[in-house]
Design a protein around this ligand. Sequence first.
Ligand code: 4AD
Length: 466
Amino acid sequence: VSDWTKVGLLNESLKDQLVLLRGRAQAIRAVGKKMAFLVVRESGFTVQCLAQVQPDVVSPQMVKYATALSRESIVDVEGVVSVPSAPIKGATQQVEILVKKLYSVNKAVPTLPIIVEDAARSEIEIEKAHQAGEQLVRVNQDTRLNFRVLDLRTPANQGIFRIQSQIGNIFRQFLLSEDFVEIHTPKLIAGSSEGGSAVFRLDYKGQPACLAQSPQLHKQMSICGDFGRVFEIGPVFRAEDSYTHRHLCEFTGLDVEMEIKSHYSEVMDIVDRLFVAMFDSLNKNCQKELEAVGRQYPFEPLKYLRQTLRLTFEEGIQMLKDAGIVVDPLGDLNTESERKLGQLVLEKYSTEFYILHRYPLAVRPFYTMPCYDNPAYSNSFDVFIRGEEIISGAQRVHVPEFLEKRAEACGIDVKTISTYIDSFRYGAPPHGGFGVGLERVVMLFCGLNNIRKTSLYPRDPLRIAP
Ligand code: 4AD
C-alpha cells in the first residue's frame, strides 16, 4: 500500500483492508515471545496493533524488534484491519491492526520525563486507581510545562489547541465578512499603550522603548488612516507581577476597532454577533476536540443566549448589593465580586456569557470616552464567561485636546505618545473597539482552571522557557 490512513479515521468499515499508518509507539507490551501489542497514536487518536508470529509474514525477530521499541518513537505500521469481538481498552479506535510490516522511523530516548498516557489521565481516573490500590502518576503542571512537547501530545491538549486555532479562524472569518480589514501593528513602541507599570522596557538603539501592551494606539491610528473597521490577531506583552490562574506576561490579543455612528452599542453588537457565532461554530464543528478536553477535564457546555445579555455596571452592583455584597459604586470589581455576579446572572438570566457596560470612568484607561450624561461613568464595557473577564472595550476619546488632558490626568507622559495624540489633530471620526484575550476564551469556554493550559508555551513571571 502507498496511501496513508489517519489513525483517527480507522473504523469498522475498513475491516480486512490493508492499511499503512504513521504514528508514535505510545505503549508496548510483550506477551511471551510470540506476541507484542503496540498502541500507536497520531494527533491524539490511538489504535491497538498486534504483531504475532506467523510463518512467512511475522518472524520472531520482528516481535522482538517491536518489543524493544522505545515509547514515543515514530513508527510506520502496515497491517490488516480487524474488528475484535470485545471492546478495546486503552485505545480510541475500536478496530485492531494485525501487523504485517513494522518500521522504526525515528527513535525516542528510552527514558522519558513524562509518559503521555499518565499525563492524559483525568483526576477522576487517578483517584479511582488510587482507591483500587494502583499507583498512577500525577504529572504536575511545572513538569508538564518544562517538557511541553511531550505534554502537548495528550488528547486533551490536542483538543485545546485545535479549539484555539478554530477560535482565531472564526474571529477572522466573521470580521472579514463584516468588512473589517486585518492589520499588523508594531510591537516595538515608544511608550506604554495601556498606562500602569506592567510594561517591558527596552533600549531601542539608544532610545527608551517598550513591548506593546496592546495594539490600542496603532489600531486607533489606523481608524484615523481611514480604514473604517480593523482587526488584529497578535502578541500582547504585559510585565505582570500577578501569579494568578489567569495572567500571562505574553498572550494573544484579538483586537477590534471601528468607526461608530452614534453609540458604543454598535461595538457591543459586533461582540454579541461574533461570539454567538463563535460558540455555535465551536459546538458544531469541534465536538471531538471538546469531548477530548472534557474526558480529562470534565466541564459543562457554556450556557449562552441567542442575544447576549447587557447589564449596566450600576445594575450589576445593585444585584450584588441585593445579595449582601457591597462594592464601591465608582470602583472596579475584584475577581471575587466578578465571580459572584457571574453566579447571580446565571441564576437570574440562565446565561454564563454577558456584557457589563457603563463602567466608572476612574477605573478605565485614559483613552476611554466618558458618558455624555454623567462623566463619572464611561462608554465602556467588559464581557464575562463563567464570571471571568475575557474582553474589555469602549468608545474612545477622539478629540485631541481632551485626549491630551485625559492622558495627563491619568499620569501618562504625553511626550511618549505624542504621535498618537497628533493623529487626532488631522480629523478623527468617533470610534470604539475591544480587545479579547484568546487564551482566556479557550480556558473559560472549556471550563479550565488555569490559563497555562491554553497557552502553547506560556510566559509568566517565573517562566521564559521552553
Ligand atoms: O483589559 P485589557 O487590558 O484591555 C486592553 O488591552 C484594551 N486595549 C482593549 C480595548 O480594545 N479597549 O485586555 C484585553 C483582554 C482582557 O479582557 C483579557 O481577556 C486579556 O486581554 N488579558 C490578559 N490575558 C492574559 N494575561 C494577561 N496578563 C491579560 N491581561 C489582559
